[in-house]
Design a protein around this ligand. Structure first.
Ligand SMILES: Cc1cc2nc3c(=O)[nH]c(=O)nc-3n(C[C@H](O)[C@H](O)[C@H](O)COP(=O)(O)OP(=O)(O)OC[C@H]3O[C@@H](n4cnc5c(N)ncnc54)[C@H](O)[C@@H]3O)c2cc1C
Length: 350
């Protein structure tokens, strides 16, 4: 039997569920997810930070505009200041980062395990926050369900074509007919476009590794600590510390797995900068941060494919910008004007 909808959203990560929730109030929406559970890929694997100083101007604008949804949806944010640290050789990069949201501080006062000989200077972003990512995802899924959106798991979209002024999708859950298709397929978004006969954007999935290391003497009030050269970060996590080598390894779209060497690199870099003496890990994982060629998210209608919208290329900010990115994408599906500062639909990758 054919499923009929106004809008078919492909992918039930944070991008898909948020845009589906925005549209489900006044459209018949189907959400199609290839896995047996939503948020299985990048959304379930993030470092869960909300940083207003992160990314270029469009990303910062989207982050600031998203804050109200986090505050209204429940206690989804908890304070976790960010400490940017620099060894002597990276002092210039720290100076370039300095801005109104960042204040020079004595690093040892905020994280006493930093080696004084390694850390020459530090900047603190006091307003940084930790996100309850699954809480935000559940907020949007609940909103989808209450608005009557139909959610299909194990429903990979294998192909599709224009059928008059609608799309006819071939999915593992059966054929789906929809006036609008929203491509929220994360690392697979270019592949989904190709399956629909639309040109790709040149998206690049880059693998990032994270691990929770066993540690003693961790103070849960420490900030997240990141080196300004972006070669590692760490923060308290349970009784241990979450570490990452801030890697960006090109990857095919896949179920990403942590490489032992990347985990070892994270421990080594954190050990060089601190007296933590990390040796073993409790758990390690990896996810694909997917970027457009200019590293600015892409959200809007595809000029080369009628009825196809994108919400893709969110890179390392896809959780913190999700509310506003979904709102502007939904507004553009409705044909409403989107403020210039928040309009991020560009197809420069082609
Ligand atoms: C280690 C790490 C740390 C991060 N830290 C942060 C952070 O601190 N703050 C932040 O804001 N962001 C962070 N991010 C980035 C953030 O996690 C991503 O930007 C965001 O999760 C992307 O969401 P998405 O919905 O686009 O992708 P995904 O969550 O990957 O969702 C895409 C979905 O599409 C589905 N799909 C693909 N193809 C098909 C198909 N053919 N048919 C049906 N379904 C399909 C997939 O199964 C998947 O569920 C981090 C990422 C990583 C990996």
């Amino acid at each position: 039997m054919r499923i009929e909808a106004d809008v078919a959203v492909i992918g039930a990560g944070i991008a898909g569920v948020s845009v589906a929730a925005e549209l489900a109030g006044d459209h018949a929406v189907v959400l199609l997810e290839q896995e047996s559970q939503p948020a299985y890929h990048t959304t379930g694997r993030s470092a869960a930070m909300f940083l207003e100083s992160y990314g270029g101007p469009p990303v910062r604008a989207l982050t600031v505009a998203s804050r109200a949804v986090f505050d209204a949806a429940g206690p989804l944010l908890t304070p976790r200041p960010l400490l940017w640290v620099a060894p002597p050789a990276q002092f210039d990069r720290l100076e370039a980062l300095a801005g109104s949201a960042l204040i020079p501080v004595d690093a040892a006062e905020h994280c006493p395990v930093l080696r004084p000989g390694w850390c020459a200077a530090a900047l603190l972003e006091p307003g940084a926050l930790e996100i309850d990512v699954l809480g935000l995802h559940q907020h949007y899924l609940g909103s989808c369900r209450r608005s009557g959106a139909e959610i299909f798991l194990n429903a990979a979209v294998r192909g599709g074509r224009r059928d008059g002024d609608r799309w006819l999708l071939d999915t593992a859950a059966g054929p789906v007919s929809a006036a609008v298709v929203v491509n929220a397929a994360g690392a697979w978004a270019d592949r989904v476009a190709a399956a629909l006969g639309a040109p790709p954007l040149g998206l690049r999935p880059l693998r990032r590794t994270a691990a929770v290391a066993r540690a003693t003497g961790v103070d849960r009030s420490w900030p997240i600590v990141a080196d300004v050269g972006e070669t590692f970060y760490f923060r308290p996590e349970g009784a241990g510390v979450l570490v990452s080598p801030a890697d960006e390894t090109p990857s095919e779209p896949c179920d990403a797995r942590a490489d032992d060497l990347d985990v070892a690199l994270a421990l080594d870099r954190v050990n060089r900068a601190t007296t933590l003496g990390l040796r073993s890990v409790q758990t390690a994982w990896a996810g694909l941060r997917t970027f457009a060629p200019d590293r600015i998210p892409v959200a809007g209608p595809d000029p080369a494919a009628p009825g196809l919208w994108w919400i893709a290329g969110q890179g390392g900010y896809g959780i913190q910008i999700a509310p506003e990115l979904a709102r502007v994408t939904a507004a553009s599906v409705r044909g409403e004007a989107v403020p210039e500062a928040l309009s991020v639909a560009r197809f420069t990758g082609r």
